[in-house]
Design a binder for this molecule. Structure first.
Ligand code: 8YV
Length: 315
């Protein structure tokens, strides 16, 4: 039987590449020097796309593949896939929910702790001899017992809340409506009011056109000079210019970010700031989770081509 031809948008670890190549005839988009010419040549043969959360699949890419049937995203976020283009042509879309939830929550909480207690700066203090030379590291702010807000109480938000309970924090959340699974957390409908009431604001919202810049100047101002913004969702949920202005002016205390507009390129203004913790979009980046994500991508593609129900469909 001939293998279905798929377009691989970004690289995967070797443990995913090997089984992917065994099951499918794989065209490696990310290695093509002339992407447009590459798509023009192989596009008509492509029946599936395997992509990554941050890379997605554009309307142009989808359009270059007239026989496309399915797009499997390696990630829970599928905002970079042009869903309208998929709907128009009945193209199925899958993602990798659940398997990454706890790792993403872990990194969010680790970022809060790191930034609040100055873990990175303190390490540098020891390494560059400041401890012996200049004395004690400057005092930082406590985490336990303080107030946390969660913007978007989905799977990841709930896991963040579960962890924060262990720090005896007062936890509130915001979303479209109160959630029955919130289990005693305070619901605050307005994100600005939520930000005003908390010390740490976690953004764990699935990104869409509706949530673009939901954390804007008003939310950032409400969080204030003592507040910390932690983003483990997508950069588009935050007005990055407003965030940079507030961090530079000190009207926002600090931020801890795993995602950036135009990543992996960063706005250079971030690099000049010492009140922001910068992470390379790796909240799901553990060996265990990435193996499970890769497996789910293949399970979805294989189910599709076998005519079986998709394990984790989005569309
Ligand atoms: C991944 C992600 O880092 O799940 C998502 O939506 O963005 C992340 O898990 C990414 O998709 C890996 O390429």
């Amino acid at each position: 039987m001939t293998k279905p031809q798929i377009l691989q948008v970004g690289p995967y670890p070797e443990w995913d590449e090997t089984p992917l190549n065994a099951a499918f005839a794989v065209h490696r988009y990310f290695e093509a020097a002339d992407k447009q010419a590459f798509l023009a040549e192989i596009g008509p043969d492509v029946r599936g796309i395997a992509t990554r959360g941050e890379l997605g699949a554009s309307r142009a890419m989808i359009g270059a593949c007239p026989n496309l049937e399915v797009i499997a995203v390696y990630g829970v976020g599928y905002d970079a896939v042009d869903l309208a283009a998929c709907r128009e042509r009945g193209i199925r879309v899958t993602n990798t929910p659940d398997v990454l939830t706890k790792d993403v929550a872990d990194l969010g909480v680790a970022m809060m702790l790191c930034q609040s207690r100055g873990v990175i700066g303190a390490e540098t203090w020891v390494r560059n001899g400041n401890w012996a030379g200049r004395g004690l590291y400057p005092l930082r702010r406590r985490v336990w017992g303080r107030r946390a807000g969660i913007l978007g109480l989905g799977r990841i938000g709930l896991e963040v809340a579960k962890r924060l309970r262990g720090f005896d924090m007062q936890i509130a959340y915001s979303g479209i409506r109160p959630k029955p699974e919130a289990n005693g957390l305070t619901f605050v409908a307005d994100p600005v009011a939520l930000a005003r009431d908390v010390d740490f604001l976690f953004v764990t919202l699935a990104a869409s056109a509706e949530t673009r810049h939901i954390v804007g100047r008003d939310v950032i101002a409400a969080l204030g000079a003592d507040g910390m913004l932690i983003n483990i969702s997508r950069a588009s949920n935050i007005d990055e210019n407003a965030l940079l202005d507030a961090l530079e002016q000190g009207t926002l205390g600090s931020a801890a970010l795993d995602v950036f507009e135009g990543e992996p390129a960063l706005n250079p203004r971030f690099l000049a700031l010492d009140n922001v913790l910068l992470q390379p979009h790796h909240a799901s980046g553990t060996i265990e989770t990435r193996k499970a994500m890769g497996q789910l991508v293949r399970d979805n593609l294989q189910a599709h081509f076998a005519g079986a129900p998709l394990p984790t469909p989005v569309l």
